[in-house]
Write a protein that binds this ligand. Structure first.
Ligand code: FJE
Ligand code: FE
Length: 290
């Protein structure tokens, strides 16, 4: 007997909205209907032309995972860390106690398209040293459970393939491409919450084949089922499956600062403005790419 699949509890369409400077995002997690899908704070599918971007801004208390689909993005932070990521590459940034950075498309490009996920950090990691884990497309391992199904294992495990990314909040992040008329059954830890965000095509999820079209967030039931079954019919599909262990801690968010209490937010704003407790480099810094 095969175990029951997680089912879909809701489907929410993400329409484009303005964000950053001249950027457009389809917000998945983080929109009013999908606030704080613990441990996830935000998922944006971004489209930025060469004149837009996300110039100098801070973060504290969580991680940002930037995954490029098309075009090139450059980043530069207040400690001199910089780089460029292209199609299929990813940057897993642990902001911890503090990062100030700029995230901008490479100017010669016409458009940069990708996903940015915000993962909350547990209390004991919120003030950790910042860390970057950068992976090029060719370094991300693939699972191929059958012909016509390709699973890029960005975080966690799929069909015997494990990601090398270190997660402080246990997270599964899979980029899945399926030809038409395929089925994949993915194992998910019973305690994880999760969702699918669809990029292209139409998929059918769970034992009752819930239909999900492009640019929708499909949230998983929290019933302890340890698999999710996904099928394609007449169309091929491309989507991401994201799941994680809920932290079950208080969340107090003030824009790019996410802490456990109001007092911690007040001290974060003080630290940012006075350049203390991790924001020392913020004192006279401005990026060269913004
Ligand atoms: C922002 C704080 C932020 N979506 N998608 C406040 F951190 C941001 C921000 C982003 C962002 C960056 C990328 Cl590369 C992709 C994103 C929000 O940097 F827009 C606001 N308003
Ligand atoms: Fe940022």
């Amino acid at each position: 007997m095969t175990a029951a699949s997680r089912s879909i509890t809701r489907a929410v369409l993400s329409r484009e909205q303005a964000e950053g400077v001249g950027a457009r995002v389809r917000r998945s997690i983080g929109r009013p209907e999908l606030r704080n899908h613990d441990p996830f704070l935000m998922l944006d599918e971004f489209n930025v032309d060469k004149n837009g971007g996300f110039p100098d801004h801070p973060h504290r208390g969580f991680e940002t995972v930037t995954y490029m689909l098309e075009g090139q993005f450059q980043h530069e932070d207040f400690a001199g860390h910089k780089g460029t990521i292209g199609p299929g590459d990813l940057q897993w940034m642990t902001a911890g106690r503090g990062i100030v950075h700029s995230e901008m498309p490479v100017k010669s490009q016409t458009r940069a398209h990708g996903l940015q996920l915000w993962i909350n950090l547990p209390k004991e990691h919120k003030m950790c040293e910042p860390q970057y884990q950068e992976l090029l497309d060719k370094e991300v391992k693939r699972a191929r459970p059958e012909e016509g199904v390709e699973i890029k294992v960005i975080a966690g495990q799929s069909h015997g393939v494990s990601s090398q990314v270190y997660t402080r909040t246990p997270t599964m992040y899979l980029d899945i491409k399926m030809d038409k008329n395929k089925t994949v059954v993915q194992t998910i830890p019973a305690s994880f919450t999760g969702f699918i965000y669809t990029l292209k095509g139409t998929i059918f999820v769970g034992d009752n084949a819930f239909k999900g079209e492009a640019h929708h967030t499909l949230t998983f039931s929290e019933d302890g089922a340890e698999t999710v079954k996904i099928t394609t019919k007449e169309e091929s599909a491309h989507f991401v499956l994201i799941a994680g262990e809920p932290l079950r801690e208080p969340i107090v968010q003030h824009g790019p600062f996410v802490m456990n209490s109001k007092e911690e937010i007040y001290s974060t704003i003080r630290d940012y403005h006075s350049g203390t407790n991790g924001f020392e480099h913020a004192r006279d810094w401005s990026s060269t790419i913004a």
